[in-house]
Ligand binder design. Structure first.
Ligand code: BES
Ligand code: ZN
Length: 461
């Protein structure tokens, strides 16, 4: 048994109890009623970094604080920037949780709690990975910098301002964060027992549209057929955004889409993905989406359009014959490299203005946007991470892409000129953002071991 294994075995239960202590703090970043708990979660984490003698700071921002910590610079060795987030999604609807979201509960080898996988449980594996290395081998072979934010689930304004240099003190942020590679564990493995490295993420561009028609809700009998109903208009406008083959109809939408090459198509199909199992898991009789692409291709490498929220008129029990004065929708497009969220926004706006019928006022409200990301499979950091994962999980990882978005990845590329290794220890069915979020404890420990091995593997490059 290596020194690492001995240390990991000895500290197995304490790693879990530390994680559970952190999970008990309801760090719901979007809800100001929880500001105190969010801060407590940040301080708890900063305390853990300090205990390891890392140079630690709680950086105040316009929003929730950032937790920053770094080990000493090692001359001639690479620097690794680990990013994660300590904020969690709101847990509602509460009644659908089998056990309360902020009382971690272990069932079937999983810990159930809000933030278990997204992202406290995954992020903290790197803190313990560094701890195990320091306690067994002394100094780290690379410099490790941690940047952990508290607003990932709510727009990341504090981090954006920090990256823009607004809180620079002695050292400009570009210098402070300078690194050779970033590491993020905030995504999934391919399947239980099959670890993965995620080499691509989708981008996103998110909008809200509010339509207003008559100056008040009307009786649909007395007034129907005489004015445009904003709900009817909205349905028609949204329906025009996508055709029956699942192709988005915004002019120029596909112009810059990086088409899948043969190597990637073959690689996706070598994973043996089963449409039938996927259908059963989601409880649908038929899958759908853009024609001409497999399910994995559509999930990982084709742009998509989804309405995320839609409201107008009467929502209560029974029937109410109303012609509503207003109708609204929230919707988003997941993007792939090299689609430009700004160009798509401009083209969409023009298209909706043309589609909006006379007699209806449109308020077009763009929310956030970020481009997609792909890391070359030939990067030496990929091979280093693959070796570390094989040591940690006992199985070599497969290479996957994901439909999720982690906008900071692009910021690291633009600002620091570095790539990001996405090493997800979670599973797609971990219920992130849903009730009964979970994380496999076995994978938690395997993640810690992989992290512990990663530092040597990166140092060898
Ligand atoms: N951890 C997720 C992103 C993720 C999920 C990556 C699944 C890979 C697989 C992250 O916390 C998240 O939810 N991101 C948002 C970003 C958006 C709000 C800009 C997302 O993807 O919806
Ligand atoms: Zn996350």
């Amino acid at each position: 048994m290596s020194n690492f294994d001995e240390y990991l075995t000895k500290n197995h239960d304490r790693f879990e109890s530390d994680l559970f202590e952190w999970l008990r703090m309801p760090s719901i970043g979007t809800d100001s009623a929880y500001d105190k708990d969010v801060r407590q979660a940040a301080q708890w984490l900063a305390g853990k970094f300090s205990e390891l003698d890392l140079k630690t700071e709680l950086i105040e921002t316009c929003g929730h604080p950032l937790v920053y910590a770094e080990s000493p610079k090692i001359e001639g060795a690479p620097t690794v920037l680990v990013y994660g987030h300590y904020d969690v999604q709101p847990p509602d609807p509460y009644e659908l949780w089998e056990t309360p979201p902020f009382e971690p509960s272990v069932r079937d080898g999983n810990v159930y709690a809000r933030g278990a996988t997204d992202d406290k449980g995954q992020m903290i594996t790197h803190l313990f990975g560094v701890e195990a290395y320091l306690k067994t081998k002394g100094d780290l072979p690379v410099q490790v910098k941690f940047l952990i934010e508290g607003e990932e689930e709510s727009g990341g304004a504090g981090l954006a301002a920090f990256l823009a240099g607004e809180y620079d003190k002695d050292v400009p942020v570009k210098e402070k964060l300078a690194a050779d590679i970033a590491v993020i564990s905030d995504c999934s493995q391919y399947a239980p027992g099959q670890p993965a490295i995620t080499y691509g993420l989708k981008g996103i561009t998110y909008f809200q549209v509010n339509l207003t028609g008559p100056n008040r809700d009307l009786h649909s009998g007395s007034f129907g057929g005489t004015v445009t109903n904003p709900a009817n208009a909205l349905c028609k406008m949204l329906a025009a955004l996508i055709d029956d083959d699942g192709r988005v109809q915004i002019p120029g939408f596909y112009d810059n889409v990086n088409e899948l090459d043969q190597r990637e198509r073959e690689q996706f199909s070598s994973l043996g993905f089963s449409d039938e199992e996927y259908r059963n898991e989601l409880g649908v009789k038929e899958l759908a989406g853009e024609k001409g692409f497999t399910t994995l291709e559509r999930r990982w490498a084709r742009p998509t359009f989804d309405i995320n929220g839609l409201w107008s008129g009467y929502q209560g029990e029974g029937a109410k014959t109303v012609l509503p004065a207003k109708a609204s929708a929230k919707f988003s497009f997941r993007l792939v490299p090299d689609q430009d969220p700004h160009e798509i926004e401009a083209s969409l706006k023009k298209m909706l203005e043309e589609l909006c019928p006379p007699g209806i006022e449109m308020d077009f409200d763009p929310h956030h946007g970020a481009p997609g990301f792909v890391l070359s499979l030939d990067s030496p950091f990929m091979s280093a991470a693959a070796r570390a994962i094989e040591l940690g999980f006992g199985t070599a990882p497969v290479f996957v892409r994901s439909g999720g978005s982690i906008p900071v990845v692009n910021r690291f590329t633009e600002m620091l000129g570095i790539d990001t290794l996405l090493l997800g220890w979670g599973q797609d069915d971990d219920n992130l953002h849903s009730p009964n979020e979970k994380f496999s404890l076995e994978d938690f420990h395997r993640g810690i071991k992989s992290s512990c091995c990663l530092w040597d593997e990166i140092a060898k490059i």
